[in-house]
Design a protein around this ligand. Structure first.
Ligand code: ACO
Length: 332
């Protein structure tokens, strides 16, 4: 029993005598009332597992996502573009850190999560298994990939788990900047020389399909959605989020003078939505099973980075230990 000021908190006592079924009913009522769940509160084991699965996949995506863009830092076409890209890639590392920290509040440590990524056990977003062949690809990633991520993440910011939803608020602000810089690159190329326009169109042709796929399988095929939506981890389905991304992006392509590579694309006046042709789900499943164009390279690059960074981690630990000793001797 906890004493908070002059009031006594009976919650731990009540929880001790509740059955799991009663706890689950109370938990669901909190979710249905729109209450946030915080780390130390009781939660169903599967709620915890679903969150660790999603948050860690998300964190890994941010970290692996630095690789295709990092590829262009040394080749950015101007100092301004280089500074912007550097800042953006650093932001992605920061997103990974907030997300690993959010996952840690659920009782799993970061090294375990990192090991899952490095051994190929953990998933990360399919989209980062494609190569960045030209400078326009950097524009396409910011515009399309970060655009899709924002639409998904503004939805996740309304989710039920406090630390994850709050991480999303900050991440979305930074993603908005990423999205604008990407669109700016594409717009300028699309309105530049004929060769630049072709470069932008080629990037859009290659990134459009994977960007549509990255928002997850169709609702009918999404195995986790029933549970994650029951618990408001996701407050909207994959298809709803995908449609919002399409509706927002098609007019941007038109404004830039670019063509969405989908012969079936049409605007439905009645529903007021853009309708797309069939999604290549075979490609999606191939990529998430490890057979995309860059899966092997992404994993080996991360493994190499982990090895090369070993001395930095050792030095940081030694420094922290030294500081602790110093503080303890001052306190003694
Ligand atoms: N890439 C890799 N795997 C994917 C993808 C994808 N784009 N979409 C779905 N999957 C996986 C799921 O992880 C799941 O596998 P698992 O059960 O082994 O974990 C399987 O495919 C079936 O999918 P769903 O049942 O629909 O699962 P879920 O709802 O978790 O997936 C989504 C959809 C959109 C990825 C959701 O999980 C999500 O919002 N995740 C958090 C955000 C995120 O990770 N974003 C990554 C990009 S971040 C960025 O771009 C910077």
């Amino acid at each position: 029993m906890l004493k908070v000021g002059n009031t006594v908190n009976f919650t731990p006592l009540i929880y001790a005598i509740m059955t799991t079924e009663e706890r689950e009913i109370e938990f669901q009522a909190k979710i249905d009332n729109g209450q946030k769940i915080e780390p130390k509160e009781w939660m169903p084991e599967n709620y915890r597992k679903q969150l660790i699965r999603m948050i860690s996949q998300h964190a890994h995506s941010e970290i692996v996502g630095m690789l295709p863009e990092g590829n262009w830092i040394s080749r950015a076409p101007s100092l301004r573009r280089k500074a912007v890209l550097l800042a953006k890639v650093q932001d992605e590392a920061g997103h990974g850190l907030y997300l690993y920290s959010a996952a840690e509040t659920l009782g799993i440590d970061r090294q375990t999560l990192t090991d899952q990524l490095l051994t190929g056990k953990a998933k990360y977003s399919s989209i980062f298994n494609y190569p960045t062949l030209s400078w326009a690809d950097i524009g396409a990633i910011g515009w399309l990939v970060d655009g899709a991520a924002i639409v998904n993440q503004t939805m996740l910011a309304r989710g039920s788990y406090g630390p994850y939803s709050r991480a999303m608020v900050r991440i979305c602000k930074e993603e908005s900047f990423h999205n604008r810089q990407g669109y700016e690159i594409m717009y300028e190329l699309a309105n530049g020389t004929e060769a630049q326009k072709q470069m932008a169109q080629d990037a859009l042709n290659r990134w459009w399909g994977p960007s549509i796929q990255m928002l997850g399988p169709s609702d009918a095929a999404s195995i986790n959605s029933s549970e994650t939506m029951k618990w408001n981890i996701k407050v909207e389905s994959n298809d709803v989020v995908r449609q919002r991304f399409i509706d927002r992006t098609v007019p941007q392509a038109i404004a830039a003078g670019l063509t969405i590579p989908d012969p079936d694309l049409k605007y439905n006046d009645e529903t007021e939505h853009w309708e797309i042709g069939p999604v290549d789900w075979d490609e999606f499943y191939r990529v998430i099973k490890g057979h995309g164009p860059c899966n092997k390279k992404r994993l080996s690059d991360r493994q190499r980075a982990e090895k090369e960074g070993e001395w930095v981690r050792e030095a940081a630990i030694a420094y922290a230990e030294k500081q602790n000793k110093k503080m303890n001797s001052i306190a003694a």
